[in-house]
Ligand binder design. Structure first.
Ligand code: GLV
Ligand code: MN
Ligand code: MN
Length: 429
């Protein structure tokens, strides 16, 4: 696949830059059209022209940082900075470049840009490590276009299954059609898989997306584990009818049942179980008109907890309650499991290295769990993983108001460089 050259002089790296500060500025640059599908918002979904525009510019920046660039079979963009000897196993650094609808500028993108900054520092200093460094921009972490998330990191980790090929977006475009429009074959997806010996470790830097670091006045955190999550699609089926002529008592309206179901999710997940959260993020009334009693209501369900067992217990309870609601109202129910990601502990030894690197730049490392999902949780099937968190304003994320401080980004880049140095010491010891 040919990657277009960007000609905009605004994109050229200045001869001197502050690592971390430039990463943040680059996220800001990518917060708008053509890197967004929508004027005035940031919407960069998998395999869209906005995704393509981001990859074209990233490819240019990767080359500027001294890397060779390729796109893999899953539409991940990978820049490679060789180690002291060619073809050495790689430390992979990165995150995702896609966004939710009307999302923030730093969720995912910042981890990619920080990777670019640290590699460019090494390249400028002509420093080669015993290992190569690959910076990866995963194409789909959010699942904001197709129902399942983390398709691209699952492909790299070798855990993607053929079920994703059946997925369609809201406009009815299938995953294979979207891949074809991007110049790729969806049936080749599994070819993105890497062998365990090729990747020594994966490091992901990401905004916290929660309030803990800010509340404790800390810049950086070290992630110990990522919460388990499940995605389900609930379809409550009744009978479509005329809104004006069908008396209330003679309707099979799935709407009120959906309302009860959402309240059940809130109640069940609002208990004492640590880290248990439940979200109905998408509600569709079908066919969707003022004057039509809906024939069906679709609810997306996102359930997370610190452990798969706590999450699964909640899913069972929610499903039973919705079955009872639907039976009481004489309706029908279909529940599809779309995604099951178990909790993912980060690698303890690598996490200690990261904590030492954070301490080395003068920040007391705060260890914390991630309630948000990250590519690191799927990459754990391939190699040891570590995650660095940056404080974000108000803990706000998946929101245009997402914000991160420049000085925190600078500290994060320094910690990542310290992490790379420590890894060199360890691998040569
Ligand atoms: C990704 O942001 C997720 O946690 O779903
Ligand atoms: Mn996100
Ligand atoms: Mn993210």
């Amino acid at each position: 696949m040919a990657l277009a050259k960007a000609s905009n002089s605004q994109l050229e790296a200045p001869p001197v830059f502050t690592p971390g500060a430039r990463a943040r500025a680059r996220c800001d640059l990518m917060g708008q059209v053509p890197y967004s599908e929508v004027e005035g918002q940031l919407v960069r979904r998998f395999l869209t022209p906005a995704h393509r525009a981001a990859l074209d510019t990233l490819a240019l920046w990767m080359r500027d940082a001294g890397m060779s660039v390729r796109m893999d079979a899953a539409a991940n963009l990978i820049g490679r900075y060789e180690g002291a000897t060619p073809n050495a196993p790689a430390l992979m650094i990165g995150s995702h470049i896609d966004t939710v609808r009307n999302g923030g500028r730093y969720d995912g993108a910042l981890g990619v840009m920080l990777g670019l900054d640290v590699v460019e520092i090494l390249n400028t200093a002509r420093r080669r490590k015993p290992f190569a460094i690959e910076v990866i921009a995963f194409g789909d972490e959010e699942g904001s276009r197709f129902p399942a998330s983390m398709t691209c990191s699952r492909a790299v980790a070798g855990t993607v299954d053929d079920a994703v090929l059946q997925a369609c977006d809201a406009e009815g475009v299938s995953l294979p059609q979207a891949f074809a429009a991007f110049g790729l074959l969806a049936t080749d997806l599994a070819q993105a898989a890497r062998q365990p010996g090729e990747v020594v470790a994966f490091l992901e830097a990401h905004i916290e997306q929660g309030p803990v670091l800010e509340a404790e006045d800390r810049s950086l955190g070290v992630v110990t584990a990522i919460a388990a999550q499940k995605r389900l699609m609930v379809r409550i089926v009744g009978s479509a009818g005329h809104a004006g002529t069908t008396p209330m008592g003679l309707r099979r309206d799935p709407g009120p049942a959906a309302a009860e179901a959402i309240l059940a999710v809130e109640r069940i997940c609002g208990g004492v179980e640590r880290g248990l959260v439940g979200t109905v993020g998408r509600i569709a009334a079908l066919p969707g008109a003022f004057n039509v009693i809906p024939g069906a209501i679709e609810l997306s369900l996102d359930i997370r907890a610190e452990t798969s067992s706590a999450r699964d217990a909640a899913v069972v309870q929610i499903t039973r309650e919705i079955e009872a609601i639907v039976a009481r109202r004489g309706l029908d129910l279909l529940v599809d499991l779309l995604q099951d990601l178990p909790e993912s502990p980060c690698d303890p030894a690598l996490t200690e290295h990261l904590a030492e690197a954070v301490a080395a730049v003068g920040v007391k490392p705060r260890r914390l769990q991630s309630g948000a999902g990250h590519d690191a949780m799927t990459m754990a099937a391939l190699c040891p993983t570590a995650m660095l968190f940056l404080r974000c304003r108000g803990g706000v994320s998946h929101n245009r108001a997402e914000a991160v401080r420049e000085d925190d980004c600078i500290l994060a880049a320094r910690a990542m460089l310290a992490f790379i140095d420590a890894l060199e010491l360890n691998s040569s010891s």
